[in-house]
Design a protein around this ligand. Structure first.
Ligand code: GDP
Length: 229
């Protein structure tokens, strides 16, 4: 539970050339607007308003980087991606989202994992599938089924099975890990934190090899959690 608590806002990236060049592993947080990403970030990092940093003017359509780990030697970055899917978003906003987020997901070498917020009552939407299509299949995806408190235990299990089946059908080559999650009721908090921390640790462990400046994106270097779907 401790690694993410160290998160602190570091930088905003509005264009690809502004991305950090140090090669530290990055875990991206993504999801539809209103899926509960800000709430999840705040509770996972144990800050009431951590994600507030991403809502400052000029930052809402950007990638916001939070360093985690020791101040002098961070373990990596948590990357808060702009929410997508606002029905009312003007075309230009949508375009810029697709440009930056799409390029980032498709090409970013230090990206080691994506944490995808899925509102448990909506399941996987077409836009979520689109995001997964952009993300190289070698990148593990942790799906947080957010707002699980809104469903009964039985309904939660049904939703979990449905999402798992749909992801397996639509993205057969990708490994997913799913966690029932609620920021308000602190469901799945520890499990999600541990899994996210493991993404950074796995990278460090596999980083000993040949090129310390470029953590490997080789899928074999990032074993998936045992109970992945
Ligand atoms: P974002 O747009 O993805 O950052 O979503 P927010 O974190 O701002 O949450 C969107 C709405 O969902 C807000 O009204 C939150 O209060 C609500 N919400 C977020 N997480 C939870 C949760 O775990 N349980 C419940 N019941 N509501 C939540």
């Amino acid at each position: 539970m401790t690694l993410l608590v160290s998160a602190r806002f570091t930088t905003t990236v509005a264009q690809m050339h502004q991305l950090p060049v140090d090669g530290l592993p990055e875990v991206a947080f993504a999801g539809r607007s209103n899926a509960g990403k800000s709430s999840a970030l705040n509770v996972l990092c144990n800050r009431r308003r951590l994600a507030f940093a991403s809502r400052m003017p000029g930052r809402t359509q950007a990638l916001n980087f939070f360093a985690i780990g020791p101040q002098d030697q961070p373990n990596g970055f948590l990357v808060d991606m702009p929410g997508y899917g606002y029905a009312t978003a003007p075309g230009a906003v949508r375009e810029s989202w697709i440009g930056l987020a799409g390029d980032y997901l498709r090409t970013r070498q230090p990206l080691v994992a994506v944490v995808l917020m899925l509102d448990i009552r909506r399941g996987v939407t077409a836009l979520d599938h689109g995001l997964l299509d952009w993300t190289p299949v070698t990148i593990p995806v942790l799906g947080l089924l957010t707002k699980a408190d809104k469903l009964s235990r039985n309904q939660q299990q049904t939703a979990l099975r449905t999402v798992r089946a749909e992801l397996a059908l639509r993205h057969p080559s990708r490994r997913f890990d799913l966690v029932l999650f609620s920021s308000t009721h602190r469901i799945g908090l520890e499990e999600a934190s541990d899994r996210i921390a493991a993404f950074y640790r796995l990278t460090q462990d596999s980083d000993h090899s040949d090129d310390p400046d470029h953590p490997s994106a080789d899928p074999d270097q990032h074993p998936h959690p045992d109970n992945a779907v």
